[in-house]
Design a protein around this ligand. Structure first.
Ligand code: ADP
Ligand code: MG
Length: 721
């Protein structure tokens, strides 16, 4: 007897060898197998006669194999399998690449059902890489019926084999699978019950039912996400945090000390944050604002207010370069307030005392005293350092604060309760006060994401730019205008400005998932400009008389820092870089951003690059280079030219490119259907509403033990913290 927990190894027809192969698809138990959903279906329901086949289209036909052979394509090391398939009306060639094992499955005389694209060859038309189903009798052909599931491929596991294994399992076990969705939720949302949905997912009776089954499971996955983030919210709401009084006079003194006045959006966000921190319950807030919208000042206000209430603040940046940048920036902003700020990085440990700040000809430079890292840790623990700035990793595992009131995180969205608690260094049993949390991001977050993976955070939005910024002129540069663009670069450099050149990284192609059944790779990355080649070309051929530098992720962080410094100081005039410069880097003299292979980047990412220039009062430019003449690529780049606002772009990107534009599955570990439905705002809203209703009835899900169990296992798969 098998149950849902039975390892697949014990299923008839599987055994140890196949079990091992299945484990590569993350299928370990019978239940995993049932939840291994097809990528799509092949419609075998309406076969055409071979003499009625339509060239250039998908066709399904039935026939007998007249002959089948393997050969090796000339010069290339590719096996080509060719079969001649014949019905009463005619015959057609079917061609497969790199599947030499096919000849073991398909023999002369076999009856087959095949479906695929019909292409024009040199001498004839042929079926290119068709999906096939072998049928031993007419009866089986009827059983095969209509929509045939096609699963993600892994070596040695064909869709055909999976169908053969899954069908009997469904027969026995689909009734046993326990429904986790509460009855009222199923009814309200008109969802298929589990057993039925499982059948329709694997062997649908119609496309409409396949769709309904899909919706049910998408609902289920999103529902679990919602339960998880809403529960996280409830949990946080039960914790205690220091109530930080809003010191209005102090805030006024701070804003008066700035050489600009805050935008209305900055004021609104600062107010929301400061009010939130007055409550004795930990704030969890995301401060979202376009590049250059001035998030730092707002965060510094919150930090200053907390510090003058007697608490410490921690400030984490994603990289060392940025940590250092923040260190100098905040030191400058807080100069009138006598705050003890320390920088903790991997290389140097510095503490500065504001009294030592002095004016130089390039502006304010705080004098720094270097002290040992241990000393900094000790002082932090004793509460003698008011504001500790560092990289994320460092603060995470080593540092304990004596009296932490606020943690600010730049461009690192996820930071859980556990991590917050760890920073406080309180003994177990003692009353634990969690710090408030302010996470900052310039990455625009579409509404569906705000409601799902960021659903446990409150949002403050800086939706306005400081006045007086010049609009960055953005242009798409076709190949024939490249020369002129290089001339323009020369001119900019002559005017003592700096130029960024961004090259796309060579992307790996997806190995699993949405590739087509025959394993053909999608996309062609061979043209991607490697940053090193581009550097060679620009420094030797195009601009031999200018100073060209290179920056990429593989460089050591000291090297990177040195390069950035040289770029800032003009010892490098043109910096050829990968996307490592994407976030936060501030080079006031940079006025030209040129992006190679622009169509390969996400729109939001292009916008981020663009934000690296135009940071002072000079007119700045963004040149998008592309060789692509795909209409879709043009459309996307046009969107960058037109839109001045990152939020608009993110929504557009989501609409044009789909959920892939959101950074992909890897980032959050969301299951496939949830990911695919991140474009479906209506569905997301429905699941959120349902999750709220259920949690209202039973905040700990005690009333729904099965659901509770599932949420728990589900959370382990998510990388939300
Ligand atoms: P981001 O939101 O991208 O982190 P920053 O906080 O680094 O932006 O601010 C970008 C620049 O704009 C900084 O030099 C900052 O001093 C300046 N700035 C911030 N707020 C204003 C404002 N209201 N008016 C003018 N300049 C501002
Ligand atoms: Mg910033």
């Amino acid at each position: 007897m098998t149950s849902l927990d039975t390892p697949v190894q014990y299923l008839k027809g599987v055994g140890a060898v196949f079990a091992k192969k299945l484990s590569k698809l993350n299928i370990k138990t019978v239940s995993d197998l049932l939840y291994h959903f097809p990528l799509r279906y092949e419609d075998f329901s309406n076969p055409v006669d071979i003499d009625r086949i339509k060239v250039g289209q998908q066709n399904c036909l039935r026939g007998r194999i007249k002959e089948i052979t393997n050969s090796t394509a000339w010069k290339k090391r590719i096996t080509v399998t060719e079969a001649l398939i014949e019905d009463e009306t005619a015959a057609i060639r079917a061609v497969w690449f790199n599947q030499p094992f096919l000849v073991k499955n398909l023999k002369e005389g076999d009856m087959v059902c095949v479906a695929g694209l019909v292409k024009i060859g040199k001498n004839d038309i042929f079926l290119s890489n068709p999906v096939y189903e072998k049928v031993s009798s007419e009866k089986e052909l009827d059983n095969l019926g209509h929509l045939v599931p096609i699963y993600a491929q892994t070596p040695g596991i064909s869709s055909r084999w999976l169908r053969y294994i899954i069908r009997p399992v469904l027969d026995r076990q689909s009734k046993e699978a326990e429904e986790i969705l509460p009855d009222e939720i199923l009814k309200q949302n008109e969802l298929l019950p589990l057993g039925h949905a499982l059948w329709q997912m694997h062997f649908p009776d119609s496309p409409a039912l396949a769709e309904k089954a899909k919706t049910r499971f998408a609902f289920e996955e999103l529902f679990l996400v919602e339960l998880s983030v809403l529960q996280a919210r409830l949990k946080i709401a039960q914790q205690k945090a220091p109530a930080v009084l809003l010191k209005a006079d102090l805030m006024k003194k701070f804003t008066d000390s700035l050489c600009f006045s805050l935008t209305d959006a900055q004021k609104k966000c600062a107010w929301q944050i400061l009010k939130d921190m007055e409550r004795p319950c930990p704030m969890s807030r995301l401060l979202e604002g376009d590049v250059g919208s001035g998030k730092t000042v707002v965060a510094v206000m919150a930090a200053l207010n907390a510090i003058k209430n007697g608490y410490q603040a921690g400030f984490m940046a994603p990289t060392e370069i940025l940590a250092k940048q923040h260190f100098y920036q905040t030191a400058k902003l807080l100069r009138p307030f006598k705050i003890k700020i320390a920088l903790l990085t991997g290389k140097e440990d510095q503490i500065i005392s504001q009294k030592l700040g002095y004016q130089t000809k390039d502006g304010f430079r705080p004098e720094t005293i270097e002290i040992s890292r241990n000393k900094i840790l000790e002082k932090t623990k004793k509460g003698e350092i008011d504001l500790l700035i560092g990289t994320h990793a460092l603060i995470q595992d080593k540092v304990k604060f004596g009296k932490l009131g606020l943690v600010v995180i730049d461009e690192q969205h996820r930071f859980g309760v556990e991590q917050r608690a760890r920073l406080c260094g309180k003994e177990k049993g003692g009353q634990m006060l969690l710090p408030h949390l302010l996470s900052m991001t310039a990455t625009p977050i579409p509404r569906t994401l705000a409601l799902t993976v960021y659903g446990d955070l409150d949002l403050s939005l800086i939706d306005q730019m400081p006045e007086g910024r010049k609009e960055i002129i953005t242009r798409i540069i076709p190949p024939e205008e490249r020369k002129a663009a290089y001339q323009f670069i020369k001119k900019e450099v002559k005017n003592d400005n700096r130029v960024f050149v961004i090259c796309p990284r060579i992307e790996e192609s997806e190995t699993n998932g949405e590739q087509d059944v025959q394993g053909q790779k999608r996309g062609n990355w061979s043209e991607a400009k490697a940053v090193k080649t581009e550097y060679e070309k620009l420094s030797k051929e195009i601009f031999p008389d200018l100073k060209v530098g290179i920056l990429h992720g593989k460089m050591k962080s000291l090297e990177k820092e040195k390069t950035m410094r040289q770029f800032r100081d003009g010892k490098i005039q043109i910096l050829v870089s990968t996307s490592v410069v994407e976030v936060g880097v501030d080079i006031p003299k940079a006025t030209l951003m040129m992006i190679e292979g622009a169509e390969r980047f996400g729109l939001a990412q292009l916008h981020q690059f663009r934000g690296r220039v135009g940071r002072a009062d000079q007119q700045s430019y963004c040149f998008l280079f592309t060789d692509s003449d795909s209409p879709n690529a043009k459309k996307r780049l046009q969107a960058v030219v037109k839109a001045k606002n990152g939020f608009e772009l993110a929504e557009k990107d989501l609409a044009i490119r789909g959920p892939g534009s959101l950074g992909g599955k890897k980032q959050w570990g969301l299951p496939d259907l949830a990911m695919a439905n991140l474009t479906n705002l209506a569905l997301v809203e429905k699941t959120r509403q349902s999750a709220k209703e259920i949690l209202q009835q039973s905040p700990s899900l005690k009333k729904y033990p099965l659901l509770k169990e599932r949420v728990k296992t589900f959370e382990k798969q998510l990388h939300l913290e």
